[in-house]
Design a protein around this ligand. Structure first.
Ligand code: WQD
Length: 343
């Protein structure tokens, strides 16, 4: 079976994709610099996957380091996850975001080209749609961004389109994730944000487990059914399976594709709070505060193209997302950091 290189391999979505690829019969080589993940993930992957992960610690922006991986392994395709991804941080550190996110992508593509590897799955984001004019969002919706992080995703997609135009041998799948949440059903891997979570579900999880007093709901005056923000939450296991489907498409159809990976169902902040209370059996107290700058009213996908081209659609509902998130959170209250270890 083909060998797939994962960059950012010990991160949240990549680690779940690693397991889904192994289950689908692919061989996997992972690389990461642990700048936003833990080596403990490799221990969990061996436990869950039943074999020692093939892994190299490196910065994918380092040409020499990445070269050695392609010399040591016969790579057939790459899934590029490695990137900085915090919207707020990107407005404070734009050069770090442009340098890392674009520099790493370009280095990965250059190294692939040197070794005749021209199948790539790219981790993009619904953030490239900015404030959508129409809902649900289709792949031909207008693109715009309001922050440097989103701009790096939009620019990355443009770089990849130019690459495809320059050499028809490139087959690239751009996957626009909506809101990834949840965890592997074993409860052994999941989302492990450093510091105060920026995103809703990990914050709700920390309130439910008692690590935080209450959730701050960023605004209740949006143009939505209950006034709180509506998003398309997608289970990380569905997302991982979407990457397997995208790789199969590249190998079989030998064409490029850009698709939304979402459920097509929008849920409000208060919907998520109520679902998490049901899943955990714990209260999730909250207070309504001011809107967060840059937030939009509502965002959810039209998932039809991924269904028709990739034969993929999300299978897991919000209750499953919350139940799997809760199992991970309650069984690993300090994430991958072993209790007592240095933070
Ligand atoms: C969801 C909803 C908030 C936290 C971001 C990035 C996007 C992607 C996913 C990388 C919104 C509300 C949140 C809180 C709240 N990341 N909220 N209190 O903003 O849709 O998307 O993460 O690709 O690029 O933009 O996700 O989880 O931050 O917010 O009320 O403490 O929850 O206002 O309505 P978002 P989110």
């Amino acid at each position: 079976m083909p060998t797939i290189l994962l960059t950012g391999a010990t991160g949240y979505i990549a680690s779940h994709t690693w397991l889904a690829l192994q289950e689908a019969g692919f061989d996997v080589v992972g690389v990461d610099d642990f700048s936003n993940s833990s080596p403990e993930v490799l221990v969990r992957l061996q436990e869950l996957g039943g074999k020692a992960p093939v892994f190299h610690r490196l910065d994918v922006g380092d040409p020499a380091a990445l070269q050695t991986v392609f010399e040591q392994h016969r790579i057939d395709a790459v899934v590029h996850f490695a990137a900085f991804k915090a919207v707020g941080e990107s407005t404070r550190k734009p050069l770090a975001y442009y340098g890392n996110n674009l520099g790493s992508l370009i280095n990965v593509c250059k190294t692939m080209q040197q070794h005749g590897v021209q199948r790539l799955v790219f981790s993009s984001s619904a953030t490239v749609y900015g404030k959508p004019e129409r809902l649900p969002i289709r792949e031909d919706s207008p693109l715009s961004t309001t922050n440097p992080y989103g701009a790096t995703k939009l620019m990355s997609e443009q770089i990849l389109r130019d690459l495809e135009q320059s050499d028809a041998a490139w087959h690239i799948a751009c996957l626009r994730y909506f809101n990834p949440v949840g965890a592997h059903p074993s409860g052994r891997i999941g989302e492990d944000p450093q510091g105060i979570p920026n995103n809703l579900m990990p914050y709700v999880a920390q309130v439910a487990v008692g690590q935080r007093d209450r959730l701050q709901v960023f605004g209740k005056d949006y143009d939505t059914p209950d006034g709180t923000g509506v998003r398309d939450y997608i289970h990380v296991m569905d997302l991982a399976e979407g990457h397997v489907a995208a790789l199969r498409y590249l190998f079989e159809q030998r064409r490029s594709v850009t698709v939304n990976l979402g459920t097509g169902q929008g849920y409000s902040v208060l919907d998520v709070v109520r679902a998490y209370e049901r899943a955990s059996g714990r209260p999730v107290p909250y207070e309504i505060v001011a809107r967060r700058p840059g937030d939009i009213d509502a965002c959810y996908a039209d998932p039809a193209l991924a269904r028709s081209l990739l034969g993929w659609q999300a299978q897991r509902d919000l209750d499953a997302m919350c139940a799997d998130s809760w199992r991970w959170q309650s069984q690993n209250p300090t994430g991958f950091r072993t209790p007592g270890a240095a933070a």
